[in-house]
Write a protein that binds this ligand. Structure first.
Ligand SMILES: [Zn+2]
Length: 259
């Protein structure tokens, strides 16, 4: 139960699908009072927790039209570099929770309605008790080193050629290390060893967890999978090293391993 004092400090993130409601000038969040006055149904809002002394919740708007004048819905990805890093983290969490609730209204086992389970972040089937938790999809990323050289690849499905580290989703039953070895072999035909953990990042597009590694080249010649990779090659100190503008684990991984 939230006390009235806490309600005054409530900040509600309003999404329409994957886009966040913000003021058009300066990307400020709309106040809880303004949202309530606009008649947006906030009763079904989902709790996110406390951050910087405020209580945060998230609501999904059914209508694509912004409920407040001077506001618009903005895609989260476009807000990288515009919003404060901490706020982006809360917004990413909010989006994933809202999207999970939107896509788990009915049970996958018996098709009965689902309801929020008390005391945990889960949807429980009102008929058979099946539980559904927010989906988090782990993916690995790896930068391969060979002496002063680094392996970078351009992905076949990207809208433009951009060289970056290899990445791929884990499959059921795999460890993240298994996934690194499998993806490296599948995508570029190499074997690696000496895996070293670099860092991880929640990537809410729509619900990934990127887990980044470096690895040392072991053996093999580059043979790319054309369905996944349009080009892969070794970059040395004399090559132009790509700088990724976005604040992401990929940009950090590349910046920290410049040849
Ligand atoms: Zn069920």
């Amino acid at each position: 139960m939230i006390s009235p004092g806490a309600v005054a400090d409530t900040q509600t993130l309003v999404f329409h699908r994957d886009r966040l409601l913000l003021r058009e000038d300066g990307f400020a969040l709309p106040s809880h009072a303004a949202l309530a006055a606009a008649g947006l149904a906030l009763e079904g809002a989902l709790p996110l927790g406390s951050w910087e002394g405020r209580y945060w919740q998230v609501a999904q708007a059914a209508d694509a039209t912004p409920p407040l004048a001077g506001h618009a819905y903005f895609g989260l990805r476009a807000l990288f570099g515009e919003l404060d890093h901490g706020l982006l983290g809360v917004a990413g969490r909010g989006y994933q929770i809202a999207e999970w609730a939107r896509t788990h209204r009915f049970c996958g086992a018996c098709a009965s309605p689902m309801a929020l389970a008390p005391g945990e972040r889960a949807m429980r089937c009102t008929s058979c008790g099946h539980l559904a938790y927010p989906r988090i999809s782990p993916a690995m990323m790896v930068l391969i080193r060979k002496g002063k050289q680094r392996l970078l690849a351009a992905h076949a499905n990207a809208p433009y050629t951009r060289y970056t580290a290899l990445a791929g989703f884990l499959e059921a039953g795999e460890s993240v290390e298994d996934a690194v070895h499998r993806e490296v072999f599948e995508e570029v035909g190499l074997r690696v060893h000496k895996l070293e953990y670099f860092g991880s990042q929640s990537w809410p597009f729509p619900h990934s967890l990127m887990i980044a590694f470096t690895a040392e080249y072991l053996d093999g010649d580059i043979v790319t999978d054309p369905k996944e990779i349009s080009d892969a090659r070794w970059f040395g100190p004399e090559d132009e090293w790509p700088e990724l503008a976005q604040v992401s684990i990929a940009s950090e991984l590349l910046a920290a391993n410049r040849p």
